[in-house]
Design a protein around this ligand. Structure first.
Ligand code: NDP
Length: 480
């Protein structure tokens, strides 16, 4: 059975303890590889290597760092098919999705920051002949980067790329549930000639390996993406140590459909925004609000299309909905479907585990599920389910839907469907979410700030925000 290794000081190494964890293929419900059960000692060696590499990497001309990061991007492109297949097997997502979204976006993360660092600039302020200020931005040292399982290589590279481009060295931990593409990525870093110790990847459990990174005194800056409860723990550890912290957390995103929308576009995109990656995207629109006059028409058309989605083997061409990531996660999603019914909801599509034949007979498949008849305040509509489950509710007026949409503790993203320009702006401005899509979903421009409001996070990723995050500003004031 394949044994994944840590990537420390430029080499692929076993965990110090010699202990490994099982890695499951969720489509088969079977262990298919082993991953290091790393602990404090492995993190210690990784941080030491990253510290030693910092001097050389941070003083290397930006163009040279850029060339190496671009080379890694080239290698991701060259290995596109292999990486996409690994990601599909590790995570359960349809291969097509990994091919179309995850892997190309991972490569563009590397390329974007490889070139952004060549244009990154800091400010200067002239005080009317009295003094001039200029600001320098320097890398901070060893950055800790921790990423979740839903978009494994995509989110892993989104942190690592700006951290490295800005001149930091990195100790990173991918989710132990989906470690394979991060492991293959470490092989590509070796092939690209990334100097040893610049990036270190420590595999293992969050509470052990992850926590050791967070609490390490020589890791002054931490970028974390994951659940809100984990984010809270991380903040509690990092805050008294005065670490710089970026938290990208959960969401319970509204998808608002007004009667004046382009109906077909709203309908078709809502299928993706509800069920892409089995609903396991932090940006999925899990609460759909439809204006009363088109509610019945939308609901009927939506149910019909959702029932026609093929739930199947992720590696097969026609599959639209793959396996959810793990057995415990499947149980959690099913418990929410039960809760929704207890709260008075009606399951109008799906609601059950889906049993497949052949190789996927023991896989973690769920039918895409639609629930109606709930109010916006119930737990089903307030808590993140993070699976192929959406609720649909009617609304009459703009203010009413704004109240519904803004009623959760989360504020990550929102989608609005309307052909009325004034309404689009008006509603977008009043939604308490970090990202608003109007008549589209998941469109990404890497130059824009990305992140959530309220309990969906603190700080912003993307564009120069990320380069600013991974650098420390210093102002120098010169009297003229
Ligand atoms: P978790 O919070 O469970 O885990 C995220 C990462 O943190 C994993 O690598 C995990 O390791 C690690 N971790 C867990 N505990 C600790 C700890 N005490 N110290 C350090 N690291 C720790 O999230 P999931 O992996 O379940 O991901 C799903 C969540 O991520 C959802 O809530 C989703 O909304 C959110 N998300 C947010 C995004 C955003 O941009 N805002 C984007 C994508 C997802 P391990 O896996 O070993 O537990």
């Amino acid at each position: 059975m394949k044994k994944i290794q840590n990537y420390i000081n430029g080499e692929l190494v076993a965990p110090k303890s010699g202990q490994y964890l099982d890695n499951y293929n969720p489509a088969e419900g079977k262990v298919y590889s082993l991953i290091p059960d790393s602990d404090k000692e492995d993190v210690e060696v990784a941080v030491k290597a990253a510290r030693a590499a910092f001097e050389g990497w941070s003083t290397m001309p930006a163009q040279k760092r850029s060339d190496i990061l671009n080379k890694i991007a080239d290698l991701i492109d060259k290995n596109h098919d292999r990486l996409a297949e690994a990601e599909s097997i590790d995570n359960g997502k349809p291969l097509k999705l990994a091919q179309r979204v995850d892997i190309p976006r991972a490569s563009s993360n590397m390329r974007f920051y490889a070139t952004a660092i060549l244009h990154f600039a800091s400010e200067s302020h002239n005080m009317d002949g009295e003094a001039v200020n200029y600001t320098t931005r320097t890398p901070m040292g060893v950055a800790g980067c921790i990423s979740p399982w839903n978009l494994p290589l995509y989110l892993f590279t989104w942190k690592i790329a700006p951290a490295l481009a800005a001149g930091n060295t990195v100790v990173a931990k991918p989710s132990e549930i989906t470690p394979m593409t991060a492991y293959l990525f470490s092989e590509l870093c070796i092939e690209a000639g990334l100097p040893k110790g610049v990036l270190n990847i420590v595999h293992g459990l969050g509470a052990k390996a992850g926590q050791s990174i967070i609490e390490h005194p020589d890791v002054p800056v931490i970028s974390f993406t994951g659940g809100t409860a984990t984010g809270k723990n991380i903040a509690a550890t990092a805050a008294p140590m005065f670490k710089k912290l970026s938290l990208e957390l959960g969401g319970k995103n509204p998808n608002i459909i007004f009667e004046d929308c382009d109906f077909d576009q709203a309908l078709n995109t809502s299928i993706h925004s509800s069920f892409a990656n089995q609903g396991q995207i932090c940006l999925c629109g899990s609460r759909i609000f439809v204006q009363e006059s088109i509610y019945e028409k939308f609901l009927n058309a939506f149910v019909e299309k959702v029932k026609a989605l093929t739930v199947g083997d992720p590696l097969e061409d026609g599959t639209k909905v793959g396996a959810v990531v793990s057995e415990p996660h499947m149980q959690k999603i099913m418990s929410y479907i039960k809760l929704a019914q207890e709260e008075g909801g009606k399951v109008v599509a799906g609601g059950n585990r889906k049993k497949l034949e052949g190789r996927c007979a023991d896989g973690y498949f769920l039918e895409p599920t639609i629930i109606t008849g709930l109010n916006h305040q119930c737990r089903t509509n307030q808590e993140e389910i993070f699976g192929p489950v959406v609720t649909i509710m009617p609304f009459k007026e703009e203010q009413e839907v704004l109240d519904y949409a803004n009623s959760t503790a989360y504020g990550l993203s929102a989608t609005i469907w309307t052909e009325n320009l004034k309404r689009a702006h008006r509603v977008a401005h009043q939604l308490k979410s970090g990202i608003i899509w109007v008549n589209c979903w998941l469109v990404r421009d890497l130059r824009t700030p990305f992140g959530g409001m309220k309990q969906s996070g603190v700080g912003r990723e993307g564009g120069w925000e990320a380069l600013r995050f991974f650098t420390e500003a210093k102002n120098i004031c010169i009297k003229l």
